[in-house]
Design a protein around this ligand. Structure first.
Ligand SMILES: Nc1ncnc2c1ncn2[C@@H]1O[C@H](COP(=O)(O)OP(=O)(O)OP(=O)(O)O)[C@@H](O)[C@H]1O
Length: 263
């Protein structure tokens, strides 16, 4: 029985992957027998060491890459391609240099699979997303004139403008300095709570997982599998919970070493 099922299926799932497996062509399986789910409005951190297959699993869960085996359900329907009700943020902001902040944020609404919306609603959504990430006043700036943290705020706004039921975030803050990263972690939690989005956050930073997530899922082994999960019950904001964070951090580190030893 999977860890996920052992905990009981309380409430519905926004996203559910069952018995997922994946192998790159000609290579050994990257992961096997993965059961993973994200509930509506839940922030799940997928934590694991480098190379264990987190990014590959995120791409499969986002519909960017078909699994070799298993089933995927998103908003109660089989998932076979990226959904207009999800959005992605990566380590690199990947902004279009010839577009200003407003146009970069609006860009995510112009894809063919995105539901068509009236111009005025489009512009309101874009401005609301820019305001939410604290970039009001910077609308006309171009990517070359933005700091790394500001560029990542634009990338987050571009994702939020799609009003995603689920935001996939693959190490979105790992290229930022520690202070900017802490600001962005707080911002992410704040905006997804206000936007009612769920999040699947891939990270190898234990502190980030503890500060941000409602639930931490630990991936490890070769082929990769889900080794453990924790419900993080700490009150928010969590920076004040230093002692509890330290205790959970040690528990996760011990599990991680157990994973490494068993791999
Ligand atoms: N396009 C690809 N073709 C073949 N193998 C790949 C490809 N992308 C990744 N891999 C391999 O799949 C394995 C898992 O990679 P993946 O990037 O998913 O891991 P990760 O846990 O996200 O690592 P990191 O934290 O370092 O980004 C690695 O061994 C990697 O070399």
């Amino acid at each position: 029985m999977s860890i996920l099922h052992a905990k009981g299926d309380i409430g519905g799932w926004a996203l559910q992957g069952q018995d997922l497996g994946f192998a790159y062509p000609g290579a050994a399986p990257t992961f096997e027998h993965i059961d993973i789910g994200v509930r509506p409005r839940e922030i799940v951190a997928l934590l694991g060491g480098s190379g264990c297959g987190k990014s590959t699993l995120l791409r499969v869960l986002a519909g960017l890459q078909a699994p070799s085996s298993g089933t995927l359900t998103f908003l109660d329907a089989p998932l076979t391609a990226p959904s207009p009700h999800s959005a992605l943020v990566f380590q690199q902001a990947s902004l279009l240099p010839w577009l200003n902040v407003t146009a970069n944020v609006g860009f995510g609404l112009d894809f063919s699979r995105q539901p068509k919306i009236a111009r005025i609603a489009h512009d309101q959504r874009v401005q609301a997303a820019i305001d939410a990430v604290g970039l009001a006043g910077s609308e006309r700036r171009y990517p070359a004139a933005l700091s790394g943290g500001m560029a990542q705020r634009v990338a987050l706004a571009r994702a939020l403008a799609r009003q995603p039921a689920l935001l996939f975030a693959d190490e979105p803050f790992s290229a930022l300095d520690a202070i900017t990263r802490a600001d962005m972690q707080t911002l992410l939690v704040d905006v997804v709570h206000r936007w009612h989005s769920a999040v699947l956050l891939v990270t190898h930073d234990i502190d980030e997982a503890i500060l941000v997530a409602d639930r931490i899922v630990l991936m490890g082994g070769q082929p990769g599998r889900i080794m453990h999960e924790w419900q993080v019950e700490l009150p928010r904001p969590r920076l004040a919970e230093a002692q509890a964070i330290g205790a959970l951090r040690l528990e996760i580190l011990a599990a991680l070493h157990g994973v490494r030893a068993a791999a």
